[in-house]
Structures are given as C-alpha cells and as structure tokens.
Write a protein that binds this ligand. Structure first.
Ligand code: HEM
Length: 184
C-alpha cells in the first residue's frame, strides 16, 4: 500500500503563505483606513490607502480559484490520529469557513467599490470588468456586509493561527510542519 503523504505539496504551501501575507496585509490596511482615516481630515491619504487596499485584496480572487482547484486535485495530509473525531470535524469546518471567507471578502469588496461608483483594480495593472453599476441602495447593504465579514474573518484567522501554534507547541504533532516542509 502506498504511504499517505504527511505534507502539503510545494504549490499548496506557496499558495497558503502568499495568500496569508496578502490577506493579513489587506485586512490591516482596510482596518486602518476604515477606522483611523476620514475623508474630512485625511482626504487624499484616505483615497491612496483605500486604493492600496483594493489593489492588494483583489489578487485573492485569482489565487483562491487556483487554490480550490489545487485542493481538489491534491488531497491534504490526514489530521493526526490523536485528534478526536469531533476535533477533526471542527478543523475541517474551520477550513471550509476560511475558504468561504477568501471568496466572500473580495467579492463583497468589489461590489462595495462598484456600487459606490469606483473600480476594482488589481495590482495597479488592470481593473476587474465592472459587474455592478453605481447603486446607492446596494451600497447601503453591501458595505456593512463587507465590514462585518472582515471582522468575523479577523477572528477566524486569529483562531486558525492559535490552533496551528497549539498543534506545534502543545500537541507537538506534524500539523504546522506539514505546511512548511517536504518529505525527506
Ligand atoms: C481578502 C480580501 C479583503 C479583506 C481581508 C478586506 C478587509 C477589510 C477590512 C478589515 C476593512 C475595514 C472594515 C472596518 O471599517 O472596520 C475593509 C474595508 C473596505 N474594503 Fe475590504 N477587504 C478585502 C477585499 C476588498 C476588495 C477586493 C475591495 C474592493 C475592490 C475592498 C474594498 C473595501 C473598501 C472600499 C473599504 C472601506 C474602507 C474605508 O471605509 O476606509 N475590500 N476591508
């Protein structure tokens, strides 16, 4: 019988860490702009920072599509035998929620921007074709959805990091290493 791999593929590892950096940067920049800058006092700086937030965050849409495809074609390593069935189910559910947030945040962000009459730019290179026209009614609905989802995502990502560290330092298993190393 072929031995089951204990490690994610190199591609899955790169996708994970690149997306982690982009996601956390986009989150911090969005949070800073939304809560510490105002158009009245910071005018053009606020515009520059929101534009930066959008240009970074839209990349997630492209990467998450590649990542979901990769996840389906390259199964993840099994969770440690020491974990109870309930903990394994919780871990799988947590990962599913993370994937849904990786889709929902950039999508609601784009609709937020379009309905406010602005573009959804990608890495200062091009814009995602506009799927929604200026629409103040839609803006009133989508804006709080994007903001509350982003707070929820902040909590889920912190929980994800906490659990990864617990596996590594307390349970002393292979979970964190499976996202860092390769089979010798
Ligand atoms: C992974 C993707 C994303 C994450 C993690 C994220 C996160 C956030 C966060 C944390 C905030 C601040 C919420 C608050 O006010 O407390 C925010 C605001 C905002 N986001 Fe996003 N976002 C993402 C994608 C996008 C995209 C793709 C766009 C548009 C193309 C976008 C447009 C906005 C706008 C316009 C604001 C309001 C900023 C302000 O009021 O100053 N976001 N986002």
């Amino acid at each position: 019988m072929q031995k089951k791999t204990q490690y994610y593929t190199r591609t899955a590892q790169y996708l994970h860490w690149i997306m982690a950096i982009i996601f956390i940067s986009a989150w911090l920049i969005g949070f800073y702009s939304g809560n510490f800058l105002s158009y009245d006092t910071d005018g053009s700086l606020k515009g520059t920072i929101i534009t930066l937030h959008k240009n970074i965050a839209t990349v997630i849409i492209f990467l998450v599509i590649i990542r979901i495809f990769w996840r389906y074609t390259h199964p993840a390593p099994q969770l440690p035998d020491a974990m109870s069935p309930t903990m394994k189910t919780m871990a799988h559910l947590g990962h599913l929620v993370l994937y849904l947030l990786l889709l929902a945040l950039p999508i609601t962000g784009c609709i937020f921007s379009w309905s406010a009459g602005h573009p959804a730019p990608v890495l200062y290179l091009f814009e995602i074709p506009r799927l929604v026209q200026d629409n103040p009614d839609l803006l009133d609905i989508i804006k709080p959805i994007h903001i509350y989802l982003s707070w929820f995502a902040g909590i889920v990502v912190l929980g994800h990091i906490f659990m990864a560290l617990k596996h590594h330092f307390i349970d002393k298993d292979n979970v964190l290493r499976s996202m860092l190393r390769q089979e010798k």
